[in-house]
Design a protein around this ligand. Sequence first.
Ligand SMILES: Nc1ncnc2c1ncn2[C@@H]1O[C@H](COP(=O)(O)OP(=O)(O)O)[C@@H](O)[C@H]1O
Ligand SMILES: [Mg+2]
Length: 367
Amino acid sequence: MIEQPYFIGLMTGTSLDGVDAVLVDVSGATPILVAAQGQPLPAALRETLLSLQASGPDEIDRAWRAGVQLAECYAEAVLALLLRAAVPAEQVAAIGNHGQTVRHRPERGYTVQLGDQARLAELTGITVVGDFRSRDVAAGGQGAPLVPAFHQAMFADARRHRVVVNIGGIANLTDLPPGGEVTGFDTGPGNVLLDAWIARHQPGQRYDANGQWAAGGKVLPDLLDLLLAEAYFALPAPKSTGRDLFHDGWLTRRLTGRSDAPQDVQATLAALTAQSIADAILLQAPGVDEVYVCGGGAHNAHLMHALGHALPGVGLASTAELGIDPDWVEAYAFAWLAQRCLARQPGNLPQVTGAKGPRVLGAIWPA
Ligand SMILES: Nc1ncnc2c1ncn2[C@@H]1O[C@H](COP(=O)(O)OP(=O)(O)O)[C@@H](O)[C@H]1O
Ligand SMILES: [Mg+2]
């Protein structure tokens, strides 16, 4: 009997929609997702984190205070998860906590995920593994995406050529050719622009539920071309991105001098997400059989329809079909990466991130 059969994964992504927490039992031949839950971020903290996405006054103090508050949210999520699963903290080997990205600048040698990990260890009594991206960046990599190794472990098939697409705030893909090399990169915006645009025009709406607002608008082909002309889309991999590039201002600059109906802009933004993902898939994996989607975008029926339309003849489904609910794949990945760290096994794929070699990812705050 293993004393600590469990790992916890925590994810707070670019969308700033909340903390995703999963409890995984790793004692068997294959890991089992025992419990999962989402917890929204307090509105004031969300606003602070949004404001910290760009330089501003008193930034260090605001950032570190937000880190303390984040740790308190993470601890709440962990304790609620353990309560729900009726698992005592002592049976958890470690929490893998991604943290909240506020800067992603691998080209300058750094990426910043907030979250006071020492405090999380203190509040939970559980070992915490965090700061997963910095080592890959220090080794010359993008530090992102880090989920492809996990996608390979969970979703690869010996015969069928699969691509996994995570549509969070930013979208990223993992190409899983049978017998071939796994690759992956950030394709560009997922939900981040869609969320920002609907929040601006329909105050109180955090996102376009099921893409209904977008579905009632019409795609503006000239605007779509303008948006797709962004240089990032044509960059070769390895590449990664975030709110540093795709934010409100990026969109506002491109809409200057135009007077499009807001709903048509939303329809065009949905088309931008679908088209940029489909283009990346067709370029990277022209022989793909099946595309599996995870992340919140998997719930956007309009977006999924648009993606299916842009990928004729390709099977399109959510990762639920492969046994993992699309909402929990990323948090699950950080539980997996924490396990890799404690076992001193590499977590990055150098061909994905561009790092000089495989690296053990993460820093450890012992219980
Ligand atoms: N029912 C839904 N309809 C449309 N979009 C949704 C729905 N559910 C979630 N989303 C989108 O998914 C986002 C959250 O996705 P998530 O995978 O958590 O991203 P991140 O990793 O960036 O936090 C929300 O901000 C929203 O845009
Ligand atoms: Mg999220």
